[in-house]
Design a protein around this ligand. Structure first.
Ligand SMILES: [Zn+2]
Length: 238
């Protein structure tokens, strides 16, 4: 490694590199670097160390001020004499900086991971509870194979309706089955579905907290998946 820089400016180089100091101080160091070859040499080495510290590790964004903080903690240790400190920086600076940042990043990573884990555990620990089961019957009484049910359940804050239907004819072209929730004669959509080769259909609908209640459910075969009111033939209902 190079000789010890005994210049009085050498201790200010790190501050300059990480953008500290007043404009006057910074201009002073900038001017000094034009004339002092030992400081310029140190500056180049510091800049190299600086550029080797990544901003991003393992696809996790490192907090923007962490890089500055790491640099600070390495180069501003109080109980090392200035000249010795600078030499130490040259020996260990790069390795230490990279190690520290990687370590900080792992910690950062773990905080995110733990939060995600908490979220998952919270959901898993909230049991789902069935509030009501609606039986759906074919609108053509002779067609006993066409039937289904709608299960209204609650899990934590979340209220969902799950439809399980069977014995439905395959759709043709743009046709789609449409589910309607009926409240005081008004129909609102709860979604559309298609059936498999055996005539099974499923649909999940999440009820919003502010959503109006419903007393009945109807399912119709619509010419397409659009439409806000029934146009086609009713096939199932409560
Ligand atoms: Zn100097």
């Amino acid at each position: 490694m190079s000789t010890i820089n005994s210049c009085s400016f050498s201790d200010d180089l790190v501050s300059y590199l990480i953008g500290e100091g007043s404009k006057e101080e910074r201009d002073g160091i900038k001017r000094h670097l034009l004339t002092c070859s030992s400081c310029l040499k140190d500056m180049e080495e510091l800049q190299e160390a600086w550029s080797m510290i990544p901003y991003k590790l393992d696809d996790v964004e490192v907090p923007s001020d962490l890089k500055e903080e790491v640099m600070h903690s390495i180069f501003q240790t109080e109980n090392i004499q200035p000249k010795k400190r600078f030499n130490l920086v040259k020996l260990y600076g790069m390795a230490a900086a990279i190690f520290l940042l990687a370590f900080a990043s792992v910690l950062w990573n773990n905080v995110i991971l733990r939060n995600q884990l908490n979220e998952v555990t919270k959901q898993a620990q909230t049991p789902a509870q069935v509030i009501e089961v609606f039986t759906l019957k074919s609108s053509t009484p002779s067609n006993i194979l066409t039937q289904g049910k709608a299960i209204l359940y609650q899990q934590g804050e979340k209220k969902q309706l799950v439809f399980q239907l069977e014995g439905l004819a395959d759709t043709k072209g743009t046709q789609a089955y449409h589910v309607w929730l009926i409240h005081e004669g008004e129909r609102r959509s709860a979604g559309v579905f298609h059936v498999d080769e055996e005539g099974h259909g499923v649909l999940t609908y999440e009820l919003k907290e502010t959503e109006a209640p419903f007393e009945a459910i109807g399912i119709s075969l619509e010419p397409d998946a659009n439409g806000t009111q029934p146009r086609g033939q009713k096939v199932l209902g409560t």
